[in-house]
Design a protein around this ligand. Structure first.
Ligand code: C2E
Ligand code: MG
Ligand code: MG
Length: 694
């Protein structure tokens, strides 16, 4: 990440060094040291030593544009400029700067830059003094009002040139916006420089009246130094307490305080609280180590800040989680910001030559609809964020029915227990067609809940509640019971097909599970070879040893295991060689996009190759058109499932569909439109959940 930045900052430093060096030539040719009187010699010696000591003992000070230092040497070199002229000031300041930089083992280009920036800053200050004709007066009888004006102007010139040159160098290195860094460095720099530069004429006056007083003046100057150091420490401690050290963004504490305060403000009519969670960041940490993870966050912090409006508060809550409060924002403003954020994250971060591009899942809760205090809003944005992650959506708005803690959700959990007791759960079936000959050979059972008030609910609406409340185990047994009962009825009627059913991770980790499957197979008189159980990649990773034992036990029953939604998990592929798996189901997100995006087509082709090389069967789900169907056939994929052939159908509908398509023309030639129902098949009025997706 920094190597490119380092290149440009080095170039910039060399440029400033050259300009400074170029300027030194006419300055030294045009004037001399001019220490004709012993008093001047004493003044020069005392102040030059003071400059050197000031350089050697800087005050460390964190700034927006990176860690900085305050050197009190500027007070003495500015005093030299006012009292003795530019050449003595330059000699003292440049010598001290070179000694300190070499002492600190800074590279030559940094040494050169400091020489350049001090030369330019002091030359600018000197030019203002000459322009206002103040030099003579300063070395004469003392200060008048006009001299004071000249000194302030000269100090301002020094300050501005120095600030611009140094901030540019540090922002080039940090890769942050110049204007932004300048704004925050300005306040800090001004407060410190004002104190130091204003003391310079006092130092001068002491030398003009009686140099012997200088040691006495040093006592309060040391006091200024010590209290300056203390102030910086206090400011730093406060800064650290309210900022995240990696990204320099406000931290959780500040965010909670600031948003809490904003919500108390009667003038605030509306606002959005966004919770941003980086996807795949854990992989960066696990693969490249925490140091590299930190570098990525360091780079992403400013990008995140820049994606939002200036009035928005962007904070890092911890890890890869960020929160944003957008006062007065509406959905389109939030959506536009999230789009900018996604664009910024997609731009790869270069860490030690490795390019890393990320994306994020964002949950959004509205003030005041979803909550009137910051804790509630955060909790609700968190619920929405998890939904965004689960559904691979960039932005999801909070809905009470997704909230495990919401009354609706708790009600749903209670209803679900009731549903199991009164047979409201039904299975719909989606046929699977063998691509080779185009005939149906299997079906996947997909659960539906016939809710008395809410109509037919899709699994997305209730599976998660079932998982969280533990109802899922009974629910899986019910699915197996229903599926095997229907399968037995179909085979008894002479229809030859096998059945796939979905199993959640909780069931897989239930030690009784294989025995229960065996019991149900026996009960329904179904051969285990006609049953496939679909598991997701992530479920295998929770307890791989137990998963392996369960799968071996299932394999002994003849039951095969398919990996559902293959390609969407973040797990290692090692399990493919280690576990008794029979089938990979390529996720519909890849299949659906195959025809429009060549990269998805490559993923599908490679998955089929991988599966075949490992001796596994492939099923492509989400086929919505004849073109995709044909391409998958050409790629050698075994089974096809999708709206192009049929949507999931109730058991009776599947039977009718089956009888129409078995023994007749191959399915792909039917020319069915995506989503169209074959004649005679009743519509299945599934309540499709409305996602709030950007
Ligand atoms: P899944 O197992 O990957 O099931 C495939 C999902 O894709 C089904 O959604 C199906 O309707 C949909 N689909 C099939 N073909 C197409 C297509 O061409 N285009 C599009 N856009 N979608 C297609 P459904 O029925 O809503 O199920 C969603 C998920 O719920 C399932 O994904 C599965 O993970 C879960 N699920 C379903 N039934 C059960 C069950 O009995 N137990 C458990 N634990 N999970 C279940
Ligand atoms: Mg499935
Ligand atoms: Mg799937």
């Amino acid at each position: 990440m920094k190597s490119r930045n380092l290149e440009s900052v080095r170039l910039y430093c060399v440029l400033i060094a050259l300009v400074g060096a170029g300027l030194l030539v006419p300055i030294f040719l045009g004037s001399s040291l001019d220490l004709d009187r012993p008093s001047k010699f004493v003044e020069f010696g005392a102040l030059a030593v003071s400059v050197l000591v000031g350089e050697l003992f800087p005050i460390e000070a964190p700034r927006r544009s990176g860690d900085g230092e305050i050197t009190v040497s500027v007070m003495f070199s500015f005093a030299l400029l006012l009292g003795l002229g530019l050449v003595p000031a330059l000699i003292a300041q440049l010598t001290a700067s070179i000694v300190q930089d070499r002492f600190a083992r800074k590279p030559w280009w940094q040494v050169g830059f400091n020489v350049g920036q001090y030369t330019l800053s002091l030359a600018a200050a000197s030019a203002v003094l000459s322009w206002l004709g103040a030099y003579g007066a300063l070395r004469g009888t003392g200060f008048g009002a006009i001299d004071l004006f000249a000194v302030v102007g000269s100090a301002a010139a020094y300050f501005v040139v120095n600030l611009l040159l140094v901030t540019r160098a540090t922002t080039l290195y940090m890769g942050i916006r110049f204007s932004e860094a300048l704004r925050s460095d300005l306040i800090f720099g001004l407060s410190v420089s004002a104190v130091l530069l204003c003391l310079a004429p006092v130092v001068d006056t002491v030398f003009q009246s009686s140099p012997i007083l200088y040691p006495l003046l040093l006592v309060p100057l040391v006091g200024v130094y010590v209290s300056g150091r203390q102030t910086v420490r206090t400011v730093t401690a406060e800064h650290l307490a309210r900022h995240d050290h990696l990204t320099e963004l406000p931290n959780r504490r500040w965010f909670m305080e600031a948003v809490g305060g904003a919500l108390q403000n009667a003038a605030l009519a509306a606002g959005g609280l966004l919770l941003v969670d980086l996807n795949g960041f854990k992989d960066v940490n696990d693969t490249l180590g925490h140091h590299h993870g930190d570098l990525v966050l360091q780079e992403l912090g400013p990008r995140l800040r820049a994606a939002f409006r200036s009035e928005d508060l962007v904070a890092r809550l911890g890890g890869d989680e960020f929160a944003v409060f957008m006062p007065g924002a509406d959905f389109s403003a939030a959506q536009a910001a999230v789009q900018r954020l996604e664009d910024a994250l997609h731009k790869p971060v270069d860490v030690d030559g490795i390019s890393i591009a990320l994306d994020a899942s964002v949950g959004l809760a509205w003030y005041p609809e979803h909550g009137t205090d910051v804790d509630t809003l955060l909790q609700r944005a968190d619920v929405a964020m998890y939904r965004a992650k689960a559904g691979h959506h960039p932005l999801v708005v909070y809905r009470s029915e997704d909230d495990y803690h919401s009354p609706e959700r708790l009600g749903l959990a209670a209803d679900l227990r009731q549903a199991l007791a009164v047979d409201q759960l039904v299975l719909h079936y989606q046929p699977q067609v063998e691509l080779g000959h185009g005939k149906p050979v299997a079906a996947e059972g997909l659960l539906r809940w016939q809710h008395p008030q809410r109509g037919l609910l899709a699994p997305l609406e209730f599976i998660e509640v079932a998982e969280r409340t533990g109802v899922i185990k009974d629910l899986t047994y019910r699915v197996l019971d229903l599926g095997l009962r229907d399968l037995r009825a179909w085979t008894d009627a002479g229809r030859q097909l096998s059945l796939s059913l979905n199993v959640s991770v909780r069931s897989l980790l239930d030690r009784r599970f294989p025995d229960e499957v065996e019991k149900l197979l026996v009960e329904h008189g179904v051969d285990g070879h006609s049953l496939t159980l679909e598991l997701t990649e992530s479920s295998l990773m929770v307890d791989p040893e137990l998963a392996k034992r369960t799968m071996r036990h299932l394999a002994e029953l003849g039951v095969s295991v398919a990996i559902d939604d293959f390609g969407t998990g973040y797990s290692s592929l090692a399990y493919l060689t280690d576990l008794p798996i029979g089938e990979l189901k390529i996720d519909k997100s890849f299949v659906r996009a195959m025809s429009s995006d060549s990269r998805n087509a490559i993923v599908v082709r490679s998955t089929i190759e991988l599966a075949h090389n490992l001796g596994l069967r492939t099923v492509a789900e989400g086929i919505e058109d004849a073109y995709t169907f044909e391409r998958l056939r050409a790629l050698g994929c075994e089974l096809a499932q999708g709206f192009h052939m049929s949507r999931p159908l109730p058991a009776s509908g599947l039977v009718r569909w089956w009888d129409v398509h078995v023994g007749q023309q191959p399915v792909a030639n039917i020319g069915q439109q995506p989503g169209a129902r074959p004649a005679g098949v009743p519509a299945s009025p599934i309540v499709v959940p409305q996602l709030s997706v950007a």
